[in-house]
Design a protein around this ligand. Sequence first.
Ligand SMILES: *[C@@H]1O[C@H](CO)[C@@H](O)[C@H](O)[C@H]1NC(C)=O
Ligand SMILES: *[C@@H]1O[C@H](CO)[C@@H](O)[C@H](O)[C@H]1NC(C)=O
Ligand SMILES: *[C@@H]1O[C@H](CO)[C@@H](O)[C@H](O)[C@H]1NC(C)=O
Ligand SMILES: *[C@@H]1O[C@H](CO)[C@@H](O)[C@H](O)[C@H]1NC(C)=O
Ligand SMILES: *[C@@H]1O[C@H](CO)[C@@H](O)[C@H](O)[C@H]1NC(C)=O
Ligand SMILES: *[C@@H]1O[C@H](CO)[C@@H](O)[C@H](O)[C@H]1NC(C)=O
Length: 460
Amino acid sequence: MKLCVMVQLCALLTLTQEAPGREKCACELSSREKLFPHEKLRIVKANASDCNSNITPQKTVELESLLLGLERRLAQLHKDVQVLEKEDDGELYGVLSLYVIENEMTEIKLLIDKLNSTTQGHQLLTANASQQLQAQKAEMLALQKFDTMRVIEGRRVNIDLSEKLLKCNKDLNTTVAPTEPPQGTCPRSRLLNVTGPRVYTAGEYPGSYSYGAWGRDPRPEQGKESWYWLVMMTSNNRYAHYVRLYSSLSALIIGVSVPGNIQIHSSNPATNTIQGPNNVLYGGALYYNCYNQDAVCRFNLTTKAVTTLQLPKGTRYNSKGNFCHLEECYPYTDLDLATDDSGVWVIYTTNQDYGNLVLSKVEEGEPPKLGQTWRTSVYKQAVTNTFMACGVLYATRYINRGMEEIFYSFNTVTGTERFNIGIFINKMSPNIQALNYSPVDQMLHAYCDSNMVSYKMLFG
Ligand SMILES: *[C@@H]1O[C@H](CO)[C@@H](O)[C@H](O)[C@H]1NC(C)=O
Ligand SMILES: *[C@@H]1O[C@H](CO)[C@@H](O)[C@H](O)[C@H]1NC(C)=O
Ligand SMILES: *[C@@H]1O[C@H](CO)[C@@H](O)[C@H](O)[C@H]1NC(C)=O
Ligand SMILES: *[C@@H]1O[C@H](CO)[C@@H](O)[C@H](O)[C@H]1NC(C)=O
Ligand SMILES: *[C@@H]1O[C@H](CO)[C@@H](O)[C@H](O)[C@H]1NC(C)=O
Ligand SMILES: *[C@@H]1O[C@H](CO)[C@@H](O)[C@H](O)[C@H]1NC(C)=O
């Protein structure tokens, strides 16, 4: 810039001087400044971006998930050993208990091996990264000498100022935030925040099935309290025909499914095939959208019997009432089954509700029946997913590849709707295909582009 102006001035000078005298005139330009090392800056930038792509939040969460799995596993082992000790009649331990403990030890060994390899990988990465950061810092300090015009310095001051302003604004806003009376079906029903992820795992089939759901049964049968379930859309991202069970969180993470699969049918699609990802397990039965029907199916995992609950006339199905964001819709998400402390719910939309979300309680029982129904004023295609907690319906929307927002709630106790929830979920991958709340441990389970992720929900 400076150079350019001087050249122009110089040209002007030569012209005016040349006209009268015809003597030769030379104009000497000497720059005090060294040439800016653009190439060096490019390398530093490239190195920094390499560094960024190597160290992702996924990496830390991976480790935390393993530790959480181990923590839960050890507690279980402790309990089982106590049972074993009670069985000790002086000579013989119960064979069955010994067998259980042997299996647990194997699982713990696998978990520790995985922890070991993950930790070693991280150590290498950390060593590498800190070395690179040192080098980068030195380079940047050297490059700063070229900032003779103090452009960068000025910009930095501006950034500091605007950050301060933002913080000031935020502090102001939080003090006047509206407070909602904590009503719902639990003593502490007001959702304050969602933190984490606490668990992030690719599970047994890394990268294989983009659509699915997983979680814990909120009302498990005896002896299955620590079990997890997984349903993957194994065919066309649309159909599934079995539930896969894991005896613990660590078993799910290391991919050892001991109870294995419980099949609805040997192939799909068949009459009772699972269609779409938003299923839930409750009281030992899977609730889901059955193939080609505007109905909820209930599959009893013990008896393998399927019962059907017909939804009202006009209910949108077969991928005609999906969850969406601006870019795309998630196919076959017409029906979203949800669980919370009070049981099973179904979220859907109908022609007569113009595509707005409709919420109904599913009354368990033989056969299951449709209970009370609530109509909302939120358009289903503006929502990416929903879940229930303490009798309150929550809806999410897509913000960007790394962030989803819980923006909406409908309280079934008071009938009030809110559009300003403003709680953000840190995503590990861009899309959430299923969301479900587990009242057992206040965790929000998400199935995200074939990964299983869970978040801690904080209530006040
Ligand atoms: C960039 O990374 C390469 C390879 O890791 C290294 O040799 C080089 O010194 C780094 N350059 C800078 C400017 O950090
Ligand atoms: C961890 O892995 C390393 C190398 O693979 C091995 O030498 C070491 O014994 C392992 N540690 C444990 C506790 O398994
Ligand atoms: C460490 O950095 C070097 C080059 O700087 C790279 O070749 C190597 O793969 C890195 N190691 C890890 C574990 O990222
Ligand atoms: C605070 O609220 C005002 C008025 O609603 C809004 O203009 C401003 O952007 C808010 N600031 C922040 C940081 O959210
Ligand atoms: C909610 O949790 C996130 C992530 O832990 C945190 O950054 C944020 O400040 C929390 N928000 C509130 C209002 O506590
Ligand atoms: C499954 O069937 C068994 C046997 O009929 C019954 O005891 C149990 O309650 C059923 N479970 C559900 C969730 O319907």
